[in-house]
Design a protein around this ligand. Structure first.
Ligand code: SAH
Ligand code: SF4
Ligand code: F3S
Length: 470
């Protein structure tokens, strides 16, 4: 994904299909096919779903036409993401017309919002299961097999799936996602996540560390700790031991110096000095922070309920760079939020100019039914204006990315080898600590997937560094 050019990045976030594959499906009596959309949390949830289904005798298949059960793990973040899912469901529906025995299910963030529509009006699906209800999948499948429409979209205040060992889908065997919390309490006015995923809750720290130990023992060399707002992770153990996010990072970093630790996503209002100093202290905690800014204008940030100002954001960036001068930085930006003026849009561009992100995910505002913004404000910036502002943001970011990557020419990075490069099996690809994709020739073949190479950068595009081993 890091090789994707910036112009494509929006599409990746807006729901690139992901059809994973676990073990030999023939060892199981039945086959399931799952496609995931949206953020890494959803991809990670699909691995929990795979574990639950494996227990029920379902193996994963890459080919939906072979499947007894077709699942779509859906995203609601922008309208386009929802539209993609609807189109996909039409395709599956046609298959079901030919093979009436198969079951089609909708999981994830669209489940709650659209359960009635899917089941009743459009008769597109047999099962609708929300993000906190995956444990009920086996029972719901049985009901659906009996011809009933099965739904469970209840959100929970406790569910973290802490005890379920995810089945790694379509894995490179080197990098893995580890979910550390669920839900979000932030109530950014544009955002549907608090409604689709419910209240924030943190997963038992022991189960997180154990999952990371297990991954390391199985050859994995990088974990990404996932949550909508990782900085507000908080767990209190049975003996009253407190684990903050900074402490959790240190605990996972101690699994092995050979295990890299990443995390996503941080909120500018919550990222603490404790986290930054912990990152600086451990060489195996990657020097990379994704810190979504959304807008460079304080009035818009207030309307978004982000609870920080432009100045606060810029001071956080200064602090990060003070503590870790080599830290990679990326962000999320929204163009054309309600009432945004031309000057306020210019403030976003000027903030980008000051901060110079290495990479960004950029979107135009998409009103989501039920959100605070949909209820309180008018979506009054017309589409052409939103699009034009977005294009200006993307153009500026492309320049910054190109500069950031070409500035790395001549530097030497430690790269964790993730596998063959997309273009050639003579080249390795992997990322440096700053999360930039690096491609380099395998050379004499001394190194293997999952090992670290030292690579000197010779050339660069705006999304890949190209070098040679030293
Ligand atoms: N929890 C993360 C973000 C999750 S959603 C955080 O707070 O940073 C990922 C990104 O999608 C957001 O950062 C935002 O830039 C974008 N996004 C969310 N809702 C949106 C909407 N209604 N329209 C356009 N972009 C949106
Ligand atoms: Fe949405 Fe804001 Fe929560 Fe991120 S922090 S998931 S943008 S409400
Ligand atoms: Fe989409 Fe849900 Fe993630 S709405 S971005 S899949 S939390």
């Amino acid at each position: 994904m890091a090789e994707t050019l910036l112009k494509d990045i929006n599409d990746v976030r807006q729901g690139e299909a992901y059809a994973p594959f676990a073990e030999d499906p023939n060892t199981y009596g039945k086959k399931f096919y799952i496609e995931s959309y949206g953020c890494q949390m959803n991809f990670s949830d699909s691995e929990v779903v795979a574990a639950i289904l494996n227990e029920e005798g379902y193996g994963a298949t890459r080919n939906f036409e072979d499947a007894d059960l077709i699942l779509l793990n859906t995203c609601s973040i922008r309208e386009k993401a929802e539209q993609t899912v609807r189109n996909r469901l039409q395709t599956f529906r046609k298959l079901k017309d030919r093979q009436p025995g198969i079951l089609i299910g909708v999981l994830g963030c669209m489940a709650e919002r659209l359960k009635a529509k899917f089941l009743e009006e459009e008769k597109l699906v047999d099962l609708v299961v929300g993000p906190d209800a995956y444990r009920s999948l086996p029972g719901l499948i049985t009901e659906a097999e009996g011809g009933q429409k099965s739904v469970n979209v209840l959100l929970s205040r406790e569910e973290t799936y802490a005890d379920i060992a995810p089945i790694r889908l379509d894995s490179n065997g080197v990098t893995a996602f580890v979910s550390i919390m669920r839900g979000c309490n932030n109530m950014c006015t544009f955002c549907v996540v608090p409604f689709t995923r419910g209240r924030e809750r943190s997963r038992d720290a022991h189960s997180i560390v154990n999952e990371c130990l297990d991954l390391f023992a199985r050859g994995y060399r990088e974990v990404t700790l996932l949550g909508q707002n990782v900085d507000s992770y908080y767990y209190m153990g049975p003996a009253g031991e407190e684990v903050t996010f900074g402490r959790l990072l240190a605990l996972v970093a101690h699994v092995s110096p050979l295990l890299r630790v990443r995390f996503s996503t941080s909120h500018p209002k919550d990222i603490t000095d404790d986290v930054l100093l912990t990152m600086a202290k451990y060489a195996n905690i990657c020097k990379y922070i994704h810190l979504p800014v959304q807008s460079g204008n304080t009035r818009i940030l207030q309307l978004m309920n982000r609870t920080y100002t432009r100045e606060w954001y810029l001071s956080k960036i200064n602090r990060i760079r003070q503590i870790m001068p080599d830290c990679g930085l990326s962000t999320d930006v929204i163009s054309g939020f309600c009432t945004e003026t031309e000057e306020e849009h210019q403030d976003t561009l000027s903030l980008m100019e000051v901060t110079r992100f290495d990479m960004a995910y950029m979107f135009s505002y998409s009103e989501r039914p039920g959100t605070l913004a949909a209820r309180r404000y008018q979506d009054d910036i017309d589409e052409p204006t939103k699009r034009r502002r977005l294009e200006e943001i993307i153009k500026l970011q492309n320049n910054h990315s190109r500069k950031s990557y070409t500035d790395d020419i001549g530097k030497v990075f430690e790269v964790l080898i993730e596998g063959d490069s997309k273009r050639s099996s003579n080249d390795w690809c992997g990322r440096n600590s700053q999360n930039k994709m690096v491609v380099f020739p395998k050379g004499n073949g001394n190194l293997q997937k999952g090992e670290y190479g030292h690579v000197k950068i010779n050339t660069a595009t705006s999304a890949t560094l190209i070098g040679e081993m030293i």
